[in-house]
Write a protein that binds this ligand. Sequence first.
Ligand code: ZN
Ligand code: FE
Length: 251
Amino acid sequence: MPAFNDNYLWLLARGQEAAVVDPGDAAPVLQALERHGLRLSAILVTHHHGDHVGGVDELKSRTGAVVHGPAAESIDGIDHRLAGGDMLDVLGTRLRVIDVPGHTAGHIAYFAPDETPPLLFCGDTLFACGCGRLFEGTPSQMLASLDALAALPAATRVYCAHEYTLANIRFALSIEPSNVALLERAARDRATRERGEPTLPSTIGLELATNPFLRCDAPSVRAAVAGSATAESVDRTSIFASLRQMKNTFR
Ligand code: ZN
Ligand code: FE
Protein backbone atom coordinates (compact mmCIF):
# COMPACT_ATOMS: atom_id res chain seq x y z
CA MET A 1 0.00 0.00 0.00
CA PRO A 2 1.39 3.44 -0.90
CA ALA A 3 1.64 5.92 2.01
CA PHE A 4 2.95 9.46 2.44
CA ASN A 5 5.00 10.62 -0.59
CA ASP A 6 6.85 7.47 -1.52
CA ASN A 7 6.52 4.84 1.24
CA TYR A 8 5.14 1.35 0.77
CA LEU A 9 3.46 -0.52 3.64
CA TRP A 10 3.48 -4.21 2.80
CA LEU A 11 0.35 -6.11 3.79
CA LEU A 12 0.55 -9.92 3.85
CA ALA A 13 -2.51 -12.12 4.06
CA ARG A 14 -3.21 -15.80 4.47
CA GLY A 15 -6.84 -16.81 4.73
CA GLN A 16 -8.53 -14.09 6.79
CA GLU A 17 -5.41 -13.24 8.75
CA ALA A 18 -3.04 -10.41 7.90
CA ALA A 19 0.31 -8.96 8.88
CA VAL A 20 1.76 -5.58 7.98
CA VAL A 21 5.36 -4.44 7.63
CA ASP A 22 6.40 -0.93 8.74
CA PRO A 23 2.98 0.74 9.12
CA GLY A 24 3.98 4.41 9.17
CA ASP A 25 0.30 5.26 8.92
CA ALA A 26 -2.66 3.30 10.32
CA ALA A 27 -5.36 4.62 7.97
CA PRO A 28 -4.46 2.78 4.74
CA VAL A 29 -3.93 -0.44 6.71
CA LEU A 30 -7.34 -0.21 8.42
CA GLN A 31 -8.99 0.52 5.05
CA ALA A 32 -7.33 -2.49 3.43
CA LEU A 33 -8.27 -4.80 6.32
CA GLU A 34 -11.88 -3.64 6.03
CA ARG A 35 -11.99 -3.90 2.25
CA HIS A 36 -10.57 -7.43 2.18
CA GLY A 37 -12.27 -8.67 5.38
CA LEU A 38 -8.96 -9.37 7.11
CA ARG A 39 -7.95 -9.52 10.76
CA LEU A 40 -4.53 -8.06 11.60
CA SER A 41 -2.55 -10.46 13.78
CA ALA A 42 1.01 -9.20 13.44
CA ILE A 43 2.95 -5.98 12.89
CA LEU A 44 6.59 -6.21 11.77
CA VAL A 45 8.83 -3.21 12.34
CA THR A 46 12.29 -2.83 10.78
CA HIS A 47 13.52 0.39 12.48
CA HIS A 48 12.41 3.32 14.58
CA HIS A 49 11.78 6.07 11.98
CA GLY A 50 8.36 7.71 12.10
CA ASP A 51 7.43 6.80 8.52
CA HIS A 52 7.77 3.12 9.58
CA VAL A 53 6.22 3.12 13.09
CA GLY A 54 3.72 6.02 13.05
CA GLY A 55 0.69 3.72 12.79
CA VAL A 56 1.80 1.05 15.26
CA ASP A 57 -0.02 2.34 18.38
CA GLU A 58 -3.37 2.83 16.67
CA LEU A 59 -3.21 -0.50 14.81
CA LYS A 60 -2.22 -2.34 17.98
CA SER A 61 -5.00 -0.82 20.07
CA ARG A 62 -7.66 -1.35 17.37
CA THR A 63 -6.70 -4.88 16.33
CA GLY A 64 -4.70 -6.40 19.20
CA ALA A 65 -1.98 -7.39 16.75
CA VAL A 66 1.35 -8.56 18.19
CA VAL A 67 4.15 -6.09 17.44
CA HIS A 68 7.55 -7.48 16.47
CA GLY A 69 10.53 -5.16 16.21
CA PRO A 70 14.24 -4.62 16.76
CA ALA A 71 15.54 -5.27 20.28
CA ALA A 72 18.26 -2.68 19.86
CA GLU A 73 15.97 0.30 19.19
CA SER A 74 13.56 2.04 21.50
CA ILE A 75 10.12 1.85 19.90
CA ASP A 76 6.84 2.16 21.81
CA GLY A 77 4.51 -0.81 21.77
CA ILE A 78 6.93 -3.60 20.81
CA ASP A 79 5.80 -6.94 22.30
CA HIS A 80 8.46 -9.17 20.78
CA ARG A 81 12.01 -7.83 20.63
CA LEU A 82 14.15 -9.41 17.92
CA ALA A 83 17.80 -9.62 16.90
CA GLY A 84 19.77 -11.32 14.14
CA GLY A 85 19.26 -15.08 13.95
CA ASP A 86 15.90 -15.06 15.74
CA MET A 87 13.11 -17.01 14.04
CA LEU A 88 9.44 -16.14 14.23
CA ASP A 89 6.24 -17.50 12.78
CA VAL A 90 3.91 -15.06 11.05
CA LEU A 91 0.77 -16.30 9.26
CA GLY A 92 2.28 -19.78 9.27
CA THR A 93 5.41 -18.54 7.49
CA ARG A 94 8.82 -18.87 9.08
CA LEU A 95 10.75 -15.60 9.21
CA ARG A 96 14.41 -15.22 10.05
CA VAL A 97 15.68 -11.94 11.45
CA ILE A 98 18.81 -10.43 9.92
CA ASP A 99 20.72 -7.62 11.64
CA VAL A 100 21.28 -4.83 9.11
CA PRO A 101 22.70 -1.81 10.99
CA GLY A 102 23.71 1.28 9.02
CA HIS A 103 20.61 3.36 8.21
CA THR A 104 19.78 3.12 11.92
CA ALA A 105 21.88 1.39 14.59
CA GLY A 106 19.43 -1.44 15.34
CA HIS A 107 17.76 -1.90 11.94
CA ILE A 108 16.58 -5.46 11.23
CA ALA A 109 15.27 -7.22 8.13
CA TYR A 110 12.84 -10.15 7.87
CA PHE A 111 13.60 -13.04 5.51
CA ALA A 112 11.15 -15.83 4.64
CA PRO A 113 13.39 -18.71 3.43
CA ASP A 114 10.63 -21.30 2.90
CA GLU A 115 8.48 -19.29 0.50
CA THR A 116 8.85 -19.90 -3.24
CA PRO A 117 10.42 -17.52 -4.11
CA PRO A 118 11.85 -16.45 -0.72
CA LEU A 119 10.80 -13.01 0.53
CA LEU A 120 12.81 -10.19 2.11
CA PHE A 121 11.44 -7.16 3.95
CA CYS A 122 14.42 -4.87 4.34
CA GLY A 123 12.99 -1.49 5.38
CA ASP A 124 15.38 1.33 4.49
CA THR A 125 18.53 -0.79 4.12
CA LEU A 126 18.47 -2.06 0.54
CA PHE A 127 16.46 -0.11 -2.04
CA ALA A 128 15.83 -0.94 -5.68
CA CYS A 129 19.11 0.16 -7.28
CA GLY A 130 20.19 1.97 -4.10
CA CYS A 131 20.59 1.80 -0.34
CA GLY A 132 19.50 3.76 2.71
CA ARG A 133 21.31 6.80 4.01
CA LEU A 134 23.74 6.28 6.87
CA PHE A 135 22.02 8.14 9.70
CA GLU A 136 23.35 6.12 12.64
CA GLY A 137 25.84 3.59 11.28
CA THR A 138 29.24 3.53 9.66
CA PRO A 139 30.01 2.66 6.04
CA SER A 140 31.59 -0.64 7.12
CA GLN A 141 28.44 -1.59 9.09
CA MET A 142 26.16 -0.76 6.15
CA LEU A 143 28.41 -2.61 3.71
CA ALA A 144 28.35 -5.71 5.95
CA SER A 145 24.54 -5.43 6.13
CA LEU A 146 24.26 -5.19 2.34
CA ASP A 147 26.69 -8.12 1.96
CA ALA A 148 24.38 -10.24 4.16
CA LEU A 149 21.38 -9.37 1.97
CA ALA A 150 23.36 -9.88 -1.25
CA ALA A 151 24.17 -13.44 -0.10
CA LEU A 152 20.47 -14.44 -0.06
CA PRO A 153 19.18 -16.56 -2.96
CA ALA A 154 19.07 -14.63 -6.27
CA ALA A 155 15.34 -15.33 -6.67
CA THR A 156 14.50 -13.66 -3.33
CA ARG A 157 11.85 -10.98 -3.75
CA VAL A 158 12.98 -7.72 -2.18
CA TYR A 159 10.27 -5.60 -0.57
CA CYS A 160 11.81 -2.19 0.17
CA ALA A 161 9.95 0.52 2.07
CA HIS A 162 10.20 3.34 -0.51
CA GLU A 163 9.64 3.95 -4.21
CA TYR A 164 13.03 5.55 -4.90
CA THR A 165 13.84 3.42 -7.91
CA LEU A 166 13.98 5.93 -10.78
CA ALA A 167 16.12 8.45 -8.86
CA ASN A 168 18.40 5.59 -7.80
CA ILE A 169 18.67 4.39 -11.41
CA ARG A 170 19.71 7.88 -12.56
CA PHE A 171 22.57 7.81 -10.05
CA ALA A 172 23.49 4.21 -10.94
CA LEU A 173 23.70 5.18 -14.63
CA SER A 174 26.12 7.99 -13.74
CA ILE A 175 28.38 5.31 -12.21
CA GLU A 176 27.89 2.52 -14.78
CA PRO A 177 26.62 4.07 -18.03
CA SER A 178 27.37 0.90 -20.03
CA ASN A 179 25.90 -1.71 -17.67
CA VAL A 180 23.49 -3.47 -20.03
CA ALA A 181 21.36 -4.97 -17.24
CA LEU A 182 21.05 -1.48 -15.74
CA LEU A 183 20.07 0.10 -19.07
CA GLU A 184 17.39 -2.58 -19.55
CA ARG A 185 16.16 -2.04 -16.01
CA ALA A 186 15.98 1.72 -16.55
CA ALA A 187 13.73 1.31 -19.58
CA ARG A 188 11.52 -1.26 -17.83
CA ASP A 189 11.13 0.64 -14.55
CA ARG A 190 10.46 3.98 -16.28
CA ALA A 191 7.65 2.33 -18.22
CA THR A 192 6.32 0.77 -15.00
CA ARG A 193 6.19 4.18 -13.28
CA GLU A 194 4.54 5.74 -16.34
CA ARG A 195 1.76 3.18 -15.90
CA GLY A 196 1.54 4.29 -12.24
CA GLU A 197 2.65 0.89 -10.94
CA PRO A 198 5.23 0.11 -8.23
CA THR A 199 8.69 -0.99 -9.39
CA LEU A 200 8.79 -3.31 -6.38
CA PRO A 201 9.37 -6.01 -5.38
CA SER A 202 12.82 -6.31 -6.88
CA THR A 203 14.97 -9.44 -6.64
CA ILE A 204 18.42 -10.02 -5.16
CA GLY A 205 19.58 -11.21 -8.59
CA LEU A 206 18.50 -7.95 -10.24
CA GLU A 207 20.13 -5.89 -7.48
CA LEU A 208 23.40 -7.81 -7.86
CA ALA A 209 23.39 -6.97 -11.58
CA THR A 210 22.35 -3.31 -11.36
CA ASN A 211 22.70 -1.80 -7.87
CA PRO A 212 26.06 0.01 -7.54
CA PHE A 213 26.00 -0.37 -3.75
CA LEU A 214 26.08 -4.18 -4.18
CA ARG A 215 28.77 -3.85 -6.85
CA CYS A 216 31.68 -2.32 -4.91
CA ASP A 217 33.85 -5.16 -6.23
CA ALA A 218 32.97 -4.57 -9.90
CA PRO A 219 35.87 -2.96 -11.82
CA SER A 220 33.48 -0.51 -13.50
CA VAL A 221 32.14 0.75 -10.15
CA ARG A 222 35.58 0.87 -8.56
CA ALA A 223 36.97 2.86 -11.50
CA ALA A 224 34.04 5.31 -11.48
CA VAL A 225 34.56 5.99 -7.77
CA ALA A 226 38.35 5.91 -7.41
CA GLY A 227 39.59 6.57 -10.94
CA SER A 228 40.97 3.63 -12.90
CA ALA A 229 44.61 4.39 -12.00
CA THR A 230 44.05 4.14 -8.23
CA ALA A 231 41.05 1.79 -8.00
CA GLU A 232 43.14 -1.33 -7.41
CA SER A 233 44.68 0.00 -4.21
CA VAL A 234 41.43 1.25 -2.66
CA ASP A 235 39.64 -1.08 -0.21
CA ARG A 236 35.98 -1.88 -0.77
CA THR A 237 34.75 -0.07 2.35
CA SER A 238 36.30 3.15 1.05
CA ILE A 239 34.70 2.53 -2.35
CA PHE A 240 31.34 2.05 -0.67
CA ALA A 241 31.76 5.12 1.56
CA SER A 242 32.68 7.31 -1.43
CA LEU A 243 29.80 5.92 -3.49
CA ARG A 244 27.32 6.70 -0.70
CA GLN A 245 28.80 10.21 -0.42
CA MET A 246 28.47 10.74 -4.19
CA LYS A 247 24.82 9.70 -4.03
CA ASN A 248 24.16 12.14 -1.17
CA THR A 249 25.22 15.07 -3.34
CA PHE A 250 23.96 13.75 -6.73
CA ARG A 251 21.41 15.93 -8.53
ZN1 ZN B 1 14.19 5.16 7.73
FE1 FE C 1 11.78 5.31 5.57
